[in-house]
Design a protein around this ligand. Structure first.
Ligand code: ADP
Length: 270
């Protein structure tokens, strides 16, 4: 019996080890799949603006070459269409730089070194600046604002908070393909300031509401896949708000719109 007992014990230990090995293998496979998905998504997103840039450059080269042996007047018209192409190339380059910045930022966050320079600033003015700047860049978007008349001081990194506001605004417009009708509200609740960016766009499926702030998470509906992105913007926003001691959340109904809000502690004088 002693031999039999030892045999059973060994058998149980082997079964346990086998189960652990299986689990480890599954984990490695999941990680590999995530890594593969990420490389696929990142290369696809980075390739898109590069491909457009290359086409513009080829066109510009052809146009410039065609000015040889042309009159001054014709050369001038080529020059003006070249300038138009240059501004389109700039736009694509900006997109590329923004994608690369997001990737760099997310690795910095992962390494635990999100850089924030804290100072007291007026959030109402910051919100107004963001909305004005955004409207100038995207005049087709309709943005309604409702901000308190008085200054609201917060202690934080103004550039980072601007980054959060602009990210929420650009998502609200990007994911409202029919009608970019966005409302930005700011309200003081006791010692907290709450900023809301509300759209009436595509909305987010209920089962995704908990994960849209995670790294590389994007809603995978066929409609959503038409929009470019790496799934990093909200992750970066959430990390910035966390460093500031605030909270960021979303409420959304699929097909009706989304309501993103974040809170920050109001700076107390003295
Ligand atoms: P990206 O827009 O680059 O994919 P984000 O991290 O900003 O990355 O957003 C993550 C995902 O959350 C998006 O891919 C999109 O599916 C969803 N999302 C974000 N904002 C909105 C919005 N205002 N309306 C609908 N879906 C949104």
């Amino acid at each position: 019996t002693a031999l039999l007992q030892r045999f059973h014990k060994n058998e149980q230990r082997c079964a346990l080890q086998y189960e652990e090995a299986l689990k480890a293998k599954e984990e490695i496979q999941t990680r590999e799949k995530l890594h593969e998905d990420f490389v696929h998504m990142a290369t696809h997103e980075l390739k898109a603006p590069v491909t457009v840039l290359k086409a513009y450059l080829q066109l510009a080269e052809m146009k410039l070459k065609s000015t040889e042996n042309k009159s001054d007047l014709e050369a001038k018209s080529v020059l003006s269409s070249f300038l138009d192409l240059a501004s389109k190339m700039n736009f694509q380059l900006d997109k590329l730089v923004a994608l690369i910045n997001d990737l760099l930022e997310s690795t910095r966050i992962k390494a635990g070194s999100l850089n924030c320079q804290m100072a007291v600033f007026d959030l109402t003015r910051c919100l107004n600046d963001c909305v004005e700047g955004f409207k100038a860049a995207q005049p087709e978007a309709k943005i309604d604002c409702n901000f308190p008349a008085e200054d609201i001081k917060v202690n934080g990194d103004e550039v980072r908070i601007e980054q959060v506001i602009l990210n929420l605004l650009s998502n609200a417009v990007k994911y409202s393909p029919q009608r970019a009708d966005v409302q930005v509200h700011c309200e003081r609740v006791d010692d907290t300031i709450v900023v809301r960016v509300k759209d009436s766009g595509m909305g987010i499926p209920a089962d995704m509401l908990g994960s849209v702030f995670d790294r590389f998470v994007r809603v995978k509906t066929p409609e959503m896949s038409k929009f470019p992105g790496l799934g990093l913007g909200l992750y970066i926003c959430a990390e910035i708000i966390k460093v500031h001691g605030g909270e960021i959340q979303v409420e959304s109904v699929l097909g009706q719109g989304s309501d993103f809000w974040f809170s920050l502690p109001v700076h107390k004088l003295g």
